[in-house]
Design a protein around this ligand. Structure first.
Ligand code: GLU
Length: 291
């Protein structure tokens, strides 16, 4: 059997807080239990929001928690060429199309349709207006003209076409920390035609995470429940690129407790601030159940 590989993949667009600490500690703990490897990956594709001092803060916070990870750390910003090449492959198979819409145009179009139908505007699992496929319906000549004019555009996955191109069953194994597993069927259509390459960035979170997990041989993805629905898209991309699907565990999100003697450690407070006011790493680990 190949050695299990776990990873913690934060984005350096803010300081780590207790939720991140839980995710990182759980990954490391589960890796240790099965003599697996523990990787750290820096997900810094958004160059406008990610900052070097926040990346330095990640290393500092994780080391303070007592974690050790393999070097070198993969930094997504150093691999834009690989993501671009993957988008080219999807283009060649006509599974993606350029989308010129702004966020505002999408919200307006979705609201207008919903009003006409007397229904609530459809939303994706993240709560954003569900893209109505506007640019999928553009005439090829118009697309060509707008691309040639250099109009800024994202690339969207034609999710219906993609669903026909994949091999069923589409889904993944969900595992629990006790080792039990269950198959989860994916419903990627609830995302609509998701973005695989953003206007200013040659990838999206979804594309980069899928390519990197495969490239790094990740076998077990442990992350927060807030990313559970995204997994439906991830399995589509894995299938399209003929990549293995890891096993997934989406843990409950850590929330502040009302009162109680542990409430002095707040979920929303950066680990750096906890540290500065004298909370120890041991207290944090205990508070999170890693005594
Ligand atoms: N970079 C993502 C985040 O910080 C996590 C990605 C993942 O674990 O798949 O929310």
């Amino acid at each position: 059997m190949t050695q299990p590989v776990f990873r913690f993949a934060p984005s350096p667009n803010g300081r780590l807080h207790l939720g991140h600490a839980y995710s990182a500690l759980l990954n490391a703990e589960l890796a240790k239990r099965v003599r697996g490897r523990f990787l750290l990956r820096i997900e810094d594709i958004d160059l406008t929001r990610c900052r070097p001092e926040l990346e330095a803060g990640i290393y500092e916070d994780l080391a303070w928690l007592g974690l050790a990870w393999e070097e070198p750390v993969r930094r997504q910003s150093e691999h834009f060429g690989e993501y671009r090449a993957a988008v080219e492959r999807l283009k060649a198979r006509e599974l993606v199309y350029p989308c010129f819409c702004s966020r505002k145009e999408i919200a307006t179009a979705v609201a207008a349709r919903a009003a006409a139908a007397g229904a609530a505007p459809p939303r994706d699992p993240d709560g954003a207006p569900l893209y109505p496929g506007t640019c999928r319906l553009l005439a090829p000549a118009e697309v060509g003209r707008r691309l040639a004019a250099g109009e800024s555009h994202a690339w969207r996955l034609d999710v219906a076409k993609a669903a026909r191109a994949v091999t069923p069953p589409l889904g993944y194994a969900r595992f629990a920390p006790d080792g039990s597993e269950a198959f989860v069927a994916a419903r990627p259509e609830r995302w609509g035609d998701a973005i695989v390459a953003r206007k200013e960035i040659p990838t999206s979170y979804h594309l980069a995470v899928v390519l990197d997990d495969a490239l790094q041989g990740v076998t077990h993805v442990v992350r927060g429940q807030d990313l559970e629905a995204a997994t439906d898209l991830h399995v589509v991309l894995q299938n399209l690129f003929d990549l293995p699907t890891p096993r997934y565990h989406h843990h409950a999100l850590i929330r502040d407790e009302a009162g109680g003697k542990l409430s002095k450690i707040l979920f929303s407070e950066p680990l750096a601030d906890l540290r500065a006011r004298g909370v120890t790493a041991e207290e944090v680990r205990k508070r999170l159940g890693f005594g």
